[in-house]
Design a protein around this ligand. Structure first.
Ligand SMILES: C[S@@+](CC[C@H](N)C(=O)[O-])C[C@H]1O[C@@H](n2cnc3c(N)ncnc32)[C@H](O)[C@@H]1O
Length: 223
């Protein structure tokens, strides 16, 4: 309880200082976090490689950790050094989290610069893509598929109706930016999406998109 309050306060402070990259006023709810890990929860017996992108203070990490086993690999990529500090403290101190420490690493860098020798079975991303320049969204979303195995699953969330609303209420460069982001993400969804969850109990309500690592598996729907 005390940790949750402390983390919420730390998150709010980062939201005020770095709105563009933090992208939310509060950490994700446990309902959103659970939806982000629903494919990982159905993993088979063999070892898996998991990449979490933009973990923040760790609400989604909290749901990932109990699903991990010895022999797995867990990498987290977080840009903000304050969040990296909180995450490292949690891996040092907390019971559940410390049990996965031996095969876990928190990397502090922008994900677009993150490289790994091996691809991942699960890529779980909390990045606020709607806040970024369209070129960066294109680079990051393509990078998701570069680091994901063809048999793997990408799960990411986005706040409901942000792009449709912004497309209507904005003009000029902002309208061009948000329209391009919408086109980029719609194309990925049309090719790769296997499921979408609606999460109403979150601030704000969100969609969780689940995309397969192989094209041609998608539902063909672009929103
Ligand atoms: C909307 S918050 C989500 C935090 C957490 N996953 C949650 O659900 O509450 C976005 C997170 O992505 C991080 N972030 C933003 N841009 C990033 C980038 N290019 N590479 C890695 N992390 C980034 C931010 O620092 C922040 O922690």
């Amino acid at each position: 309880m005390l940790r949750t309050l402390k983390n919420n306060f730390a998150f709010l402070r980062q939201f005020r200082q770095r709105f563009e990259t933090t992208g939310a006023i509060a950490p994700s709810s446990r309902f959103l976090a659970k939806a982000m890990t629903r494919f990982l929860a159905t993993r088979g017996d063999g070892p898996v490689r998991v990449l979490e992108i933009g973990p923040g203070t760790g609400p989604v990490t909290e749901k990932i950790v109990p699903l991990l086993r010895t022999g797995d690999r867990f990498d987290l990529v977080e840009l903000n050094e304050s969040f990296v500090e909180i995450l490292n403290e949690r891996f040092q101190a907390n019971g559940d989290w410390s049990s996965v420490r031996d095969f876990t690493e928190v990397h502090q860098l922008p994900v677009q610069e993150f490289q790994s020798d091996e691809k991942y079975d699960f890529v779980i991303s909390g990045l606020p893509l709607n806040n970024f320049p369209a070129d960066l969204v294109e680079a990051i979303s393509n990078h998701y598929f570069e680091v994901l195995k063809p048999t793997g699953m990408l799960s990411y969330f986005e706040y409901m109706y942000v792009r449709p609303i912004r497309k209507v209420v904005t003009r000029g460069d902002e309208n061009t930016r948000i329209t391009r982001i919408d086109d980029i993400m719609a194309a990925h969804c049309a090719k790769h999406r296997v499921a979408r969850d609606n999460i109403l109990i979150n601030i704000p309500p969100a969609w969780v998109q689940h995309l397969s690592g192989s094209p041609g598996q998608g539902d063909g729907v672009d929103a």
